[in-house]
Write a protein that binds this ligand. Structure first.
Ligand code: GDP
Length: 290
């Protein structure tokens, strides 16, 4: 998992800093190299790693520690704040009526995450409804309707209709009485013009409060390209990184978030509807450095 793998390499870099006789350019260079290695191994984009390490080096070598802080603590503080800058704050989620559009490629975990989100809001006391606009992947309708049935969540879909835009239009009308309406759109195996057009058409139907991009933690370097394309089409308001319970480190998704200036809303940590967590940047960083 991203936290553990990245965390242990970063921890040893930080340990070096803690054990060093004195804090000078040599030790800072050494520690920054370790941090670079850890982030690149976690799939964080090289440009982003370079930006981060240059900032750490520059600040560590030029800024004087504030009163009462020794230079070791000061450098640790710089590493921490620069990591916070990259990871960013969690996407704010208001616990009030809203509409959410889920986008992402096939297999990213979009449908599973849609059910998880319905569960999240219903646990917060809001009445969710799910609209299935995935007319592309065979089985998507059944998968989502069964998940919703198990969770006791309102499901709207039209099994034999291939017109996703019409389904969402009808679904939004039918679910007006519900607090949180989540539209699960179709993915494709790759970014295709047809997919982007469909996303734009659905986006145009209503003023969606959120457009969540679902990214598999294992995505690696293609994450940024995907995020840019979806962001251009519908304006991403938050990212969900799925499958962080596996071995993938999630650095690609992290790079995509930075490249598109968005933030992480939730993380997926398993296959059941309860395996969704709000993204917690502080916990994330503390565990990285702890
Ligand atoms: P979609 O094509 O994007 O709608 O993808 P699905 O929601 O069908 O998910 C694809 C596969 O990933 C399914 O087998 C899910 O059970 C699995 N999956 C989704 N999210 C997670 C997660 O957070 N952890 C794990 N381990 N598996 C997940």
């Amino acid at each position: 998992m991203v936290l553990d793998n990245l965390g242990s390499s970063l921890k040893s870099a930080i340990q070096k800093l803690a054990n060093a006789g004195k804090i000078d350019k040599e030790i800072i260079d050494d520690v920054v190299k370790d941090i670079q290695r850890a982030l690149i191994q976690a799939d964080v984009n090289v440009k982003l790693v370079m930006k981060l390490s240059n900032r750490i080096k520059e600040r560590a070598l030029t800024e004087a520690p504030p009163a009462g802080m020794d230079s070791r603590e000061h450098v640790l503080r710089i590493v921490y704040t620069e990591l916070v800058n990259i990871i960013g704050k969690a996407t704010p989620i208001a616990l009030e009526p809203q509409t959410i559009m889920m986008v992402g490629l096939q297999g990213s975990g979009k449908t599973t995450t849609t059910a998880k989100l319905a569960r999240f809001f219903s646990r917060k006391g809001l009445k969710p409804a799910v609209i299935c606009a995935d007319t592309y992947r065979p089985g998507a309708y059944d998968q989502l309707s069964q998940l919703c049935e198990k969770l006791g969540v309102m499901f709207y879909g039209e099994r034999d209709n291939k017109d996703a835009v019409a389904i969402v239009r009808n679904g939004l009308k039918e679910t007006q009485k519900y607090d949180v309406r989540i539209v699960d759109t179709a993915g494709r195996h790759a970014l295709e013009t047809e997919l982007i057009k469909e996303m734009k058409d659905i986006w145009g139907l209503t003023n969606f409060t959120h457009r969540f991009l679902v990214l598999d933690a294992a995505i690696g370097q293609q994450a940024s390209e995907q995020a840019k394309a979806f962001n251009d089409a519908v304006g991403i308001t938050g990212v969900v990184i799925t499958k962080l319970d596996g071995t993938a480190k999630g650095g690609g998704a992290l790079s995509a978030v930075s490249d598109t200036n968005t933030s992480i809303a939730f993380i997926g940590v398993g296959e059941t509807p309860d395996d969704l967590e709000r993204f917690d940047p502080d916990g994330f960083i503390s565990r990285l450095l702890g």
